[in-house]
Design a binder for this molecule. Sequence first.
Ligand SMILES: [Ca+2]
Ligand SMILES: [Ca+2]
Ligand SMILES: [Ca+2]
Length: 202
Amino acid sequence: MSAAGWTLSVLLLGLVAGACARPLASSGACAPGDTRACYRGAPETRDHGECAPGRETCGPDRRWGACAGEVLPTVERCNLRDDDCDGVIDDGFERAGAPCVRRRGRCRTEGAWRCPEDGGGAVCDAALPVPVPEVCNGRDDDCDGVIDNPPLVGLGAPCQTGLAGRAAHGVTVCAWGQAMCQPDGAARARPCAAAGVECELE
Ligand SMILES: [Ca+2]
Ligand SMILES: [Ca+2]
Ligand SMILES: [Ca+2]
């Protein structure tokens, strides 16, 4: 072989050796069949709450395939889980199991916060109050949220005022939580707010 031929051979061998020695990682390639953990969510959410990495596999084209099986953050729901993977279960909702009350006064019932099946807002499982007919007493007997409101038992009923003459006859009215006999005018209910009268707080 001539000197020129040797030079060309050495040059070609060098090129082939260089190509084989090129590291796979530099081009993002991988060895077909290899697998590794993967996670496309924010790093701080990985392995928190419901979030977990998946695995990706190197394909025949030496590129990593789709990340299979990873669980990424989702919108927080009321379900006793940390869906958005911020480290807090059911943040933004009432804590399931915590005590809760419905209404006040005679309509008060107690229960606990529960997560509904659809994961929506927590609901208080306290029993509904048992309503009774509204009477003039400064309380919300029928549990509709209003004290001494019509229809009011006895409101407008004829009564005796104790006064003489035409003023002796009157009608029953409800004023400031107390039934009164009013000589004249239409029976009506007045707001339950006056000094010296105990009214139920709503
Ligand atoms: Ca959360
Ligand atoms: Ca949740
Ligand atoms: Ca009422």
